[in-house]
Design a binder for this molecule. Sequence first.
Ligand code: NAD
Length: 251
Amino acid sequence: MRTALVTGAATGIGSAIATRLAADGFALAVADVDRAGAEAKAAALRDAGHEAAAFVADIADEADVDRLAREVLARFGQIDVLVNNAGITGPHGPFATYDRATLRRVIEVDLVGTLLCTQAVLPSMLERREGRIVNLASIAGKDGNPNLAPYAAAKAGVIAFTKSLARELASSGILVHAIAPGGVGGTSITKSAGTPLRDLGAQRTSVLATTPLGRLATPEEVAALASWLCSPDCSYTTGAVHDISGGRATY
Ligand SMILES: NC(=O)c1ccc[n+]([C@@H]2O[C@H](COP(=O)([O-])OP(=O)(O)OC[C@H]3O[C@@H](n4cnc5c(N)ncnc54)[C@H](O)[C@@H]3O)[C@@H](O)[C@H]2O)c1
């Protein structure tokens, strides 16, 4: 059965992508460091009539990631789609005094975790000469973000990784994409899906100032883009950074 492995799928954007890909006909491997969240999400997908199972892994942990790939392959037989979605922002703060352990953790989860998950899944895709890899980057990786330098650096790394791997794999039947959202509501980062801008307080000012469309994205809008990237309709694009920032990105 066509299978999609989505990391960080218990909540936020990953949860919306899992729902959308399940509706597209994929069996869903719901991976998260949050066991209860992953199990609840997989159960909800099964209740809705989809094939789904929960897997627990910290994507920054090599042993966890290798075990995750083995378990998903043992359960579903193949991995057609890998969505490297799990990520953390880390606290906002001036870089001069940014906590060193937190700095390392942000890079380990957001950048190294994406590389590790890809490396764990890739051999099985190469064997079958097909696959889709979708990496969640961020506009922060293109524009930079004051007081979020480790996060922005990690996401810039995810973009460079996407471009490199896509070119490396171009003749292998595997397409690699990055999605670069601006602000997305209903996630732990924003927690404001559907909230009118007038009620967003300080966030409103920055969203209005930087986003021509004048609102946050919904997780479902990001999921719709991921759905297209994983569909047969997407056949002649690889190594691209797909913007979903409400017009904020200038390139
Ligand atoms: N929300 C936004 O505005 C926004 C904007 C740009 C990019 N992004 C990116 O989109 C992705 C999803 O973000 P979100 O806002 O939905 O986040 P979220 O915090 O709402 O959800 C993230 C999920 O990942 C899981 N997770 C965290 N660390 C993990 C780890 N080490 N191993 C496994 N799972 C882990 C969490 O348990 C959670 O379920 C992230 O990569 C984020 O950087 C988000």
